[in-house]
Ligand binder design. Structure first.
Ligand code: PLP
Length: 424
């Protein structure tokens, strides 16, 4: 087999530079908690392919379901000749997502596509143009979702002009907003909308219940419920982007469950199908069904192989109780992250997150000035010692931890040992 070095050379001559990678080693295989490269070097996986392989890589039920589906048929296009698994995935999503009301779902390929479609549905159903989004938000890389995303580098830089009628308001970010309560931060956001946009012009308020790329920002308690209440009163569609937080990741099926917030529409992707590309919009039947037949879709949306994988993944989440697994991961990680923070000489300002979506934010000691250089250094030390971690944050100063939910305690501890040594 070719070495990683040789593959990297080939890549340089064949793959566009704009597509980056966290490590320069090339994968041979991966499991429930590790990734192994072509040289046989192993990494403890604290990335899960960006919160995708919640059920682990090549989870047995997923492999079996995919194999069986590939042999039956690979693609007919649901818009041409429909099949049961698409309907079954929609049934599962309607039942699992927050809210006891009547729901419908539609399936797509990527998270960005799900967000775009949620916005299309909200605009169509309300007849209003504006979309409200938050500081530090990340919603994807297509034209509309770049407009919805906050951070310029690397996501938006020189890729404009962007879609219009997108308005950004302040987020609840307890470390950096002077410790506003959830209600106070929501009032600040709502005032911005009412003064600068006008509630009657707003189709949708779009929010990640815990922000992902933006820095694993957990809003103060009460922030999401207050926004939900305002949206209801203003007839604004409340869209939760649960693309990174969904499917047991945060110790609930969905992060909105934590404060019993019921979004009108939910955008889903990442953890949905054990690594196969699938995304969905699920929400109130009257909103979803407002769109004329043929108004939603796409050639590959709800591909039968991806649907088979999603059904098997969801079964695995139930069978292995991955909600409990995410909480167990939190109970193993948080005490050790706190110990790392205490020994860091003030370089870790905060340990935060929920379930298996955890992060540490790095600062200059004694301040809240971001330390992206230190963050990159710790990250690089982890990578060379065999731990796959990711960074995030508007300031590039957050280390985030997203292990597969089936990772073993032994692998978690080994990963934490590497992390602790990297900090030292
Ligand atoms: C990853 C992500 C997206 C975009 O999903 P893609 O599948 O990469 O298009 C949107 N929103 C959030 C919160 C994400 O984490």
């Amino acid at each position: 087999m070719m070495s990683s070095e040789e593959l990297h050379k080939r890549r340089g001559a064949a793959v566009a530079r704009g597509v980056g990678s966290v490590i320069n080693s090339y994968v041979d295989h991966a499991s429930g908690g590790t990734v192994t490269d072509v040289e046989g070097r192993e990494w403890i996986d604290f990335a899960a392919g960006i919160a995708v392989t919640n059920v682990g890589n090549s989870a047995p039920r997923v492999v079996e379901a995919v194999r069986a589906q590939v042999e039956r048929f690979t693609h007919t296009c649901f818009m041409v000749a429909p099949y049961e698994s698409y309907v079954a995935v929609c049934e599962r999503l309607n039942a699992l997502t927050p809210g006891g009301f009547e729901k419908r779902s539609a399936l797509f390929n990527s998270g960005a596509e799900a967000v775009e479609n949620a916005v299309k549905i909200a605009r169509h159903a309300t007849g209003r143009p504006a979309v409200v989004v938050f500081d530090h938000a990340y919603h994807g890389r297509t034209n509309l979702t770049m407009a919805l995303t906050a951070k310029n580098m690397p996501y938006k830089h020189r890729f404009g002009p962007f879609a219009g009628e997108v308005y950004r308001v302040p987020m609840s970010y307890p470390l950096r907003d002077g410790g506003l309560s959830g209600a106070e931060a929501a009032a600040r956001a709502v005032e911005t909308v009412e003064k600068q946009v006008g509630a009657e012009n707003v189709a949708a308020l779009l929010i990640e219940p815990i922000q992902g790329e933006g820095g694993f920002v957990v809003p103060a308690p009460g922030f999401l419920p207050a926004l939900r209440e305002w949206a209801t009163a203003a007839d604004v569609v409340f869209i939760a982007d649960e693309i990174q937080t969904g499917f047991c990741r945060t110790g609930d099926w969905f992060a909105c469950d934590h404060e019993r917030v019921e979004p009108d529409l939910v955008a889903l992707a990442k953890g949905i199908a054990g690594g196969l590309p699938l995304a969905a919009v699920t929400g109130r039947a009257e909103l979803m069904d407002a769109v004329h037949a043929g108004g939603l879709g796409g050639t590959y949306g709800g591909n039968p192989i991806a649907c088979a994988a999603a059904l098997a993944s969801i079964e695995t989440m139930h069978e292995l109780d991955l909600v409990a697994a995410a909480r167990r991961i939190e109970s193993v990680l948080v005490p050790r992250l706190r110990a790392i923070a205490e020994r860091s000489g003030g370089r870790v300002a905060e340990v935060r997150g929920r379930g298996a979506m955890l992060a540490v934010e790095l600062v200059q000691p004694g301040t809240v000035t971001p330390d992206p250089v230190g963050t990159a250094a710790v990250s690089a030390a982890c990578h060379s010692a065999g731990l796959l971690t990711l960074t995030c944050g508007t300031y590039g100063n957050v280390l985030r931890f997203l292990p597969p939910l089936v990772i073993s305690d032994d692998e978690l501890e080994r990963g934490l040992d590497i992390l602790a040594a990297a900090f030292d």
